[in-house]
Each structure stands twice: as structure tokens, then as C-alpha cells.
Design a binder for this molecule. Structure first.
Ligand SMILES: Nc1ncnc2c1ncn2[C@@H]1O[C@H](COP(=O)(O)OP(=O)(O)OP(=O)(O)O)[C@@H](O)[C@H]1O
Ligand SMILES: [Mg+2]
Length: 248
């Protein structure tokens, strides 16, 4: 196993380490799980494993469809070598169906479909509780330029299209999800962070059973068996072999 470099940052669910190449980092997925601005906390065995491999698989699908992601390679089943990005402090949310905070804040009926999807930009800032932005506020805060925002919006719509199709083919409805982007050394906008049951609403596409972190938020059901179910539906034994990691 390759040794991890110096710890750069430890967040609520992942840690970021230096890598031997200066333009890369290792994003390491821990078993920690939090909800409600970190008020509710736990550690769930294998969560880091599931999120690493689910994110890797989904990043691969995006790369195959011409979308630039941070993914370089896996070094083990919780550590993803990633392009080092200057993160843009936005939580970019795409919504295909109305649920969660959207129906708490606005008079939408639960499960109202959005076509085209709603793209929402929140300010990633715990101190201000991730408030929703509009373009003018984001530009005035110098979070991103008008051009950056337009590009991020376009990439997010493409990601939604690609992932919705891939997941649907595997029995999963992509209800909504959150992305984080950053810039590489050349100023290119690249998809970073993760795409996992921590950051997406995944429902069974027939029964609408919840298969994501909402189970933890609401204290309902067996959270890890839902993550395991997503893992089983999208990851094959061939994937595990190809990544040359332990099947765990
Ligand atoms: N490729 C990357 N290069 C540099 N930093 C990254 C990259 N991908 C993600 N990050 C950053 O690494 C951190 C990941 O840690 P984590 O998601 O646990 O923490 P957090 O975002 O501070 O907390 P939370 O997401 O729970 O609000 C985030 O700050 C994220 O923006
Ligand atoms: Mg995070």
C-alpha cells in the first residue's frame, strides 16, 4: 500500500492528504457520518469503503462521457488519488423531483418532477449555514465569475443526464444530488469531492424506497444496508478486480 502524505485537511467525512505528485492529493473517505450541519454524528463501519467505490464508479462513468473529474486512481478501498483542485465554495445542487429542503422552503408538492431539472447554487460555508445564492451574489462575493457559473451549470446538467440514465438502468432513481467543483492549475473547471449516498438522493426506481443518507438524517432503517444496496446495483466483480483492491 502506498503511504499517505501529510494531512492537508480533515472535513466531516473525508480527509485530504498530500501526494508524491504536487498537482495531486489523496482524498480519503472515512466512516464518519454527519447530518444537520454536523449536529448529528456517528461512525458506520464500511461507509468509507462504499462511498469510495461508488464515487469511483460514478466518476468513471462521467469520464467515459467526456466530463472531467478529479479521479486519477484508487490506492486502496478508501483512498482516491485525485487532481489537486482549488475548490470553488459552492454546493451545486441538481433536482429532478421536489423533496427535502425544497419542499420545506417553497410551496412545491412532494415528488413534483422538474424537467428541465432545477439547478441551485448554495454558498458552501458552515458559519453562514450554506445559504442559497443567486448569480449576482455569487459574483459579488467573488466565488465565481459569470462565465464560471454558466459553465458549472452546463456541466451539471450533463452530469445529471449521464448519471440519471446509468442509475436508472440499475434500478435507481436519481432524485437530486450535490456537486463540488474546483479549478486545476490551468484554470479548468473539474468535478471534485464525491458522488455517493452521502451527497445524492437515491430511490429505488419502482418502490421509491430511500437508499441514501436520508435514512440517517431521519433515524430510519439500516443506513449501511442501503449503501450496500447501491454498491451492489452499480459495482461488479469485474470493477473490483480492475481496481485491484480487496473485495472486503
Ligand atoms: N480534488 C480535491 N482537491 C482539493 N480539495 C478537495 C478535492 N475534493 C474535495 N476537496 C475538499 O476536501 C474536503 C472534503 O472533506 P469533507 O467533505 O469531509 O469536508 P467538508 O466539506 O468540510 O464537510 P462537509 O462536506 O461535511 O460539509 C472538502 O473541503 C472539499 O471541498
Ligand atoms: Mg464535504
Amino acid at each position: 500500500m502506498e503511504k499517505l502524505g501529510k494531512l492537508i485537511y480533515s472535513g466531516k467525512a473525508k480527509s485530504v492528504y498530500e501526494y508524491k505528485d504536487e498537482d495531486k492529493v489523496v482524498v480519503s473517505f472515512r466512516d464518519d457520518i454527519t447530518a444537520g450541519d454536523g449536529e448529528k454524528k456517528d461512525s458506520l463501519s464500511k461507509k468509507g469503503y462504499y462511498n469510495t467505490l461508488i464515487s469511483t464508479k460514478l466518476f468513471e462513468i462521467l469520464e467515459e462521457n467526456g466530463i472531467a473529474t478529479q479521479l486519477v486512481k484508487l490506492i486502496d478501498s478508501s483512498s482516491m488519488v485525485s487532481k489537486k483542485l482549488e475548490m470553488i465554495p459552492l454546493e451545486v445542487i441538481a433536482r429532478n423531483l421536489a423533496t427535502g429542503s425544497l419542499i420545506r422552503r417553497f410551496p412545491f408538492e412532494e415528488k413534483t418532477p422538474f424537467n428541465p431539472p432545477i439547478i441551485q447554487f448554495d454558498f458552501k460555508n458552515d458559519e453562514f449555514h450554506d445559504p442559497m445564492l443567486n448569480d449576482d451574489i455569487a459574483i459579488a462575493l467573488k466565488i465565481a465569475t459569470k462565465e464560471d457559473l454558466a459553465e458549472i451549470r452546463e456541466i451539471t446538467l450533463k452530469i445529471n443526464e449521464v448519471l440519471s440514465k446509468f442509475l436508472d438502468e440499475n434500478g435507481i432513481l436519481l432524485v437530486d444530488f450535490k456537486l463540488e467543483f474546483g479549478k486545476d492549475n490551468n484554470g479548468n473547471i473539474i468535478l471534485g469531492d464525491e458522488i455517493s449516498p452521502d451527497t445524492c438522493r437515491f430511490w429505488d426506481n419502482k418502490t421509491h424506497e430511500t437508499l441514501d443518507k436520508d435514512l440517517f438524517r431521519k433515524g430510519e432503517g439500516d443506513v449501511m444496508s442501503a449503501y450496500h444496496e447501491i454498491f451492489n446495483r452499480i459495482i461488479s466483480n469485474e470493477d473490483i478486480k480492475r481496481w485491484s483492491i480487496d473485495s472486503n
